[in-house]
Design a protein around this ligand. Structure first.
Ligand SMILES: O=C(O)[C@@H](CO)OP(=O)(O)O
Length: 210
């Protein structure tokens, strides 16, 4: 298949499990998170996918997920490009706080706005729009040209850096992006035409997103 782009969010992290805002903090994967990464790699292998290059962020949970997937695919030595442009959104002052405690303090609606709105940043952190302003130029300069050359590309990143990408690929509005959650360890397989438009999209694993 030509023009293959697979996006995958890292498996469950230790802070996902503890329900803490994470952002640019760097916890590792839980056992469940590692299992989700293995499952992703296995599903990609079963579906016959192989890659020419993988991109990931500067954070361990995405790098570890990427490593496990490549191991499952039998491609442990694939070139991997790591860049902080693909990092999770910076959660600013919320980083390290418990999400339920934050709801009690600021209210359910305010916390949902910080987590899922397009252009309202959490205090001291990045909105999705801010995140997109670093993810998209990186995608357009470093990732998309390689996809369009026919290289098969895997991107292992984060809930919100991937929401920024999916928003553009799926042509979602600011209202639609509020409702989009990306599940951990569940590859999204895109086939793009030679201009970068989406020809097909499928989720290889159905998992509930939180
Ligand atoms: O804490 C975070 O960094 C992210 C991803 O786990 O959380 P949220 O889903 O609230 O954007």
């Amino acid at each position: 298949m030509s023009n293959l782009l697979v996006l995958v969010r890292h498996g469950q992290s230790e802070w996902n499990e503890k329900n803490l805002f994470t952002g640019w903090r760097d916890p590792g994967l839980t056992e469940q998170g590692k299992a989700e990464a293995h499952e992703s790699g296995h599903a990609l292998k079963e579906a016959g996918y192989q890659f020419d290059v993988a991109f990931t962020s500067a954070l361990s949970r995405a790098q570890e997920t990427n490593r496990i997937i490549l191991e499952e695919l039998g491609q442990p030595n694939l070139p991997v490009v790591k860049d902080q442009a693909l990092n999770e959104r910076d959660y600013g002052d919320l980083s390290g706080l418990n999400k339920d405690d934050a709801r009690e303090k600021w209210g359910e609606e305010q916390v949902h706005i910080w987590r899922r709105s397009y252009d309202i940043p959490p205090p001291g952190g990045e909105s999705l729009k801010d995140t997109a302003a670093r993810v998209l130029p990186y995608f357009e300069k470093e990732i998309l040209p390689r996809v369009l050359k026919g290289e098969r590309v895997l991107v292992a990143a984060h809930g919100n850096s991937l929401r920024a990408l999916v928003m553009v690929l799926d042509k979602l509005s600011e209202a639609q992006i509020v409702k989009l959650n990306i599940a951990t360890g569940a590859p999204l397989v895109y086939e793009l035409d030679d201009k970068g438009n989406v020809l097909s999209k499928k989720a290889l694993i159905e998992r509930e997103a939180h």
